[in-house]
Design a protein around this ligand. Structure first.
Ligand SMILES: C[S@@+](CC[C@H](N)C(=O)[O-])C[C@H]1O[C@@H](n2cnc3c(N)ncnc32)[C@H](O)[C@@H]1O
Length: 247
């Protein structure tokens, strides 16, 4: 676990939902697709790997009455602390790879916006394949390397090597034994400029935490000049949905 990641998520945990929940409509758009891709049924046991504050599983449970609690795994206690009590999630403070080594019992799993944090993805995918029953599925919801966020140029450029490549993820999942399907969802955001700039200043993405304070300040000046006539920033968020099935 890198120091950058640890510092980023322990610092961001309290503000995570303020910055990244966006709206109930946004979360529901994603969770409806997660439910559909995983073909979730009440008898399933769901693993939310790198669950963060659990907001996606909480919304999934409003749509599917799972009989057993969601296994909500994240290595940072500060993120897990934001999961509301009694909401049907069992928080488990553990790294994704470590969890995948020794745990099974789940029939469906998903990992949203986190696979780029795992170094040994091939081992993670092999462990999940081994743990799932036949008919089980593992879904990656992931922002691709090319992003269309209203960020400064150096950040957009660094994202190209920060996020995982969807083609490479699919190849690795196939190598692990899965049958793989690739789909995507595009969500149009409209965010007040003041709010988005505050998010960037607070380094709301790990990518932004990799810039020094001076680089970040220069980036914000670049954004200020570029969007000086805008009050609201409109941009499209693209999420790859990579469904890996064990047939
Ligand atoms: C961008 S957040 C996504 C959180 C949540 N899935 C969501 O979409 O709101 C990335 C999450 O990955 C977690 N994470 C970072 N490294 C991890 C690792 N090695 N294993 C499991 N989770 C990790 C972070 O703590 C954080 O909660």
């Amino acid at each position: 676990m890198s120091e950058l990641l640890r510092e980023h998520y322990t610092r961001l945990a309290e503000k995570y939902d303020d910055f990244l929940y966006y709206s109930p409509v946004f979360v529901r758009a994603l969770t409806m697709k997660i439910v559909e891709k995983l073909e979730l049924q009440p008898d399933d046991v769901l693993l939310d790997l790198a669950c963060g504050t659990g907001m996606y599983s909480v919304d999934i449970l409003k749509q599917v009455s799972l009989k057993r609690p969601v296994q909500a795994v994240d290595p940072f206690a500060e993120m897990l602390a934001a999961i509301p009590a009694g909401c049907g999630l069992t928080p488990i403070c553990m790294d994704a790879l470590a969890y995948s080594e020794n745990h099974n019992g789940y029939t469906k799993a998903f990992m949203k916006e986190a696979v780029h944090h795992v170094d040994d993805k091939a081992q993670l995918f092999a462990n999940i394949y081994a743990s799932l029953p036949k008919g089980g599925a593992f879904l990656l919801v992931h922002v691709p390397p090319t992003i269309r966020y209203p960020l400064f140029d150096a950040a957009l450029e660094r994202a190209l090597n920060w996020h995982a490549c969807p083609d490479e993820l699919q190849a690795m999942l196939r190598d692990a034994g899965f049958t793989v399907e690739h789909d995507f969802l595009e969500y149009p955001h409209a965010i007040p400029k003041v709010k988005y700039f505050a998010m960037v200043e607070s380094q709301y993405m790990t990518l932004l935490s990799s810039f020094s304070p001076e680089e970040l300040a220069a980036g914000l000046r670049e954004m200020e000049a570029r969007y000086m006539d805008e009050e609201v920033l409109e941009f499209v968020d693209h999420f790859d949905f990579i469904t890996a099935r064990k047939v």
